[in-house]
Design a protein around this ligand. Structure first.
Ligand SMILES: [Zn+2]
Length: 285
């Protein structure tokens, strides 16, 4: 009981910090829910010069959400805050929250909203100390309750939902390989889906390893078709209400990935009206 009270006290103080640290949001803007490429985002909606962006990235496991969120955060000079990373950092820190987390994770239980919010708050507090502003959240909010809490304390400008057809996701997951020596990730799947019924085709080149890794490549034990399908089913069940929540607010941008990074990155920038920004940065570099 004492632990629960401590946790509640901790998370309510975290919430008030979250409120303070995020209350700098500027003009609230509205984005209509739409699907790329039929209805590109209106030009006036995203102006990264007015203030730093406060975005959320959604997408099922294997879609490459972390990669796109990380690239955009670099481009926009805002932190990429991934809850998965926060959990891993907390676990390895040996803190009391880390120990609590380890117990929850080891029992196969879900990490509560309070703990997630407490970690997010701690991360933002540390970032604020370093002069950070704006953010791209990756892996949060995962539930409607988390989305509601987030709404109480800040304005989310845009929620980007990255999508790939299930057949492509499965093929991609089954193609994953990890080098047992250097730990780098590769992918042997070569995806080439022809466009049909008005849907554009999808092509993804494999991400092959350098010769020195070839003999050391391993497949993760849980990258089987059954496990991947189950993972997607669980994800869809949970994310649907969160997507609906943001769709209802007119903030959801559905983005059907046209392929791997080389195909998708320029399209994503175009839809977000950031293609100019990247040109400027690459000229400056
Ligand atoms: Zn290697």
């Amino acid at each position: 009981m004492a632990a629960v009270i401590r946790l509640l006290r901790h998370s309510s103080s975290s919430l008030s910090f979250l409120s303070r640290s995020l209350s700098t949001a500027g003009v609230k803007e509205t984005v209509k829910s739409q699907t790329y490429p039929q209805n590109p985002l209106p030009t006036a909606v995203i102006d990264p010069k007015s203030r730093n962006v406060q975005w959320v990235f959604l997408g099922c496991p294997g879609v490459g959400k972390g990669t796109y969120a990380s690239r955009l955060s670099t481009l926009l000079s805002v932190p990429h805050i991934a809850t998965g990373d926060l959990v891993r950092e907390e676990l390895s820190s040996g803190s009391s929250l880390g120990k609590q987390l380890a117990e929850i994770v080891n029992q196969g239980k879900l990490v509560s909203d309070e703990i997630i919010i407490s970690m997010l708050s701690k991360r933002l507090e540390a970032g604020e100390g370093k002069g950070e502003s704006g953010f791209i959240l990756d892996g949060f909010p995962r539930t409607v309750r988390q989305a509601e809490i987030l709404d109480e304390v800040t304005d989310i400008d845009l929620v980007v939902n990255l999508k790939l057809p299930e057949s492509v996701l499965i093929e991609k997951c089954l193609g994953r390989r990890i080098c047992s020596q250097c730990g780098k990730n590769f992918n042997v799947a070569s995806i080439d889906v022809k466009g049909e019924n008005g849907r554009p085709g999808i092509s993804m080149a494999p991400l092959l390893s350098p010769p020195q890794c070839v003999s050391k490549l391993i497949t993760r034990a849980d990258d089987t078709e059954a496990v991947v399908k189950e993972r997607l089913r669980i994800y869809n069940d949970k994310s649907q209400p969160v997507e609906d929540f943001y769709r209802g607010q007119g903030k959801l941008l559905e983005f059907d990935l046209p392929g791997g990074i080389p195909e998708s990155w320029p399209k994503l920038l175009e839809v977000l009206n950031l293609d100019d920004l990247e040109e400027k940065q690459s000229v400056a570099a």
